[in-house]
Design a protein around this ligand. Structure first.
Ligand code: COA
Length: 163
């Protein structure tokens, strides 16, 4: 098993095809939250014998927490090919991403959106549910979108790493 993190500008056309394919296969049949998601700034790729089997994207942003500007590391597109699930691969990718965001990118908070079903997976890795609304812009929208802490969609953030 190999794990590699590459910036979006360094990724090859073949790697982009593999990550797109992994996302398509992993999310097949799942509805998303109907948001337009940002493009990845960094790609975390887990390969076994050269095949991309697990993937996630990191997005760098400056946001505000209680009106204070903070550097955020967004996590998106967490995906493992169906036949490779349950072997800890996404957990490894998440741990690597948290360490990279903290040590290399200097982010103060990780940020991801989860539903209730997948929340336990992230909790186990040290992510915490942050109560209170999450407000963000969407292209073409006149007003910011808002996610409230509720049963359907949660905004979750953590200090990158576990401290
Ligand atoms: C979520 C996902 C990335 C996990 O990948 P993985 O490589 O199997 O993850 P790991 O092996 O590190 O951990 C799996 C654990 O997470 C739990 N888990 C993952 N998805 C879950 C879900 N939707 N509901 C409940 N538990 C879930 C599994 O039960 C498993 O727990 P166990 O080890 O006690 O059995 C993979 O299931 C996937 O690609 N799902 C479809 C896409 C998706 O929903 N992505 C997350 C969007 S927030």
């Amino acid at each position: 098993m190999e794990i590699e993190i590459k910036s979006d500008s360094d990724i090859t056309a073949a790697e982009r095809e593999q990550t797109d394919d992994c996302l398509r296969r992993a999310f097949w049949g799942l509805t998303d939250f109907h948001y337009q998601w940002s493009e990845a700034d960094w790609h975390v790729m887990v390969r076994v014998d050269g095949t991309l089997v697990s993937y996630l994207a990191i997005i760098e942003r400056v946001g505000a927490v209680n009106d204070r500007p903070v550097k955020l590391g967004g996590i998106g597109g967490v995906a493992t090919l169906p036949e490779w699930r349950g072997r800890g691969l996404a957990s490894i990718a998440m741990e690597k991403a948290a360490a990279f965001m903290k040590d290399e990118l200097g982010v103060e908070f990780g940020l991801l959106l989860v539903d209730e079903a997948t929340a336990p997976f992230y909790r186990r890795l040290g992510w915490e549910l942050v109560p209170g609304p999450l407000v963000f812009d969407q292209p073409g929208a006149r007003r910011p979108s808002r996610v409230d802490h509720g049963p359907a969609v949660w905004g979750a953030r953590m200090a990158a790493g576990n401290d």
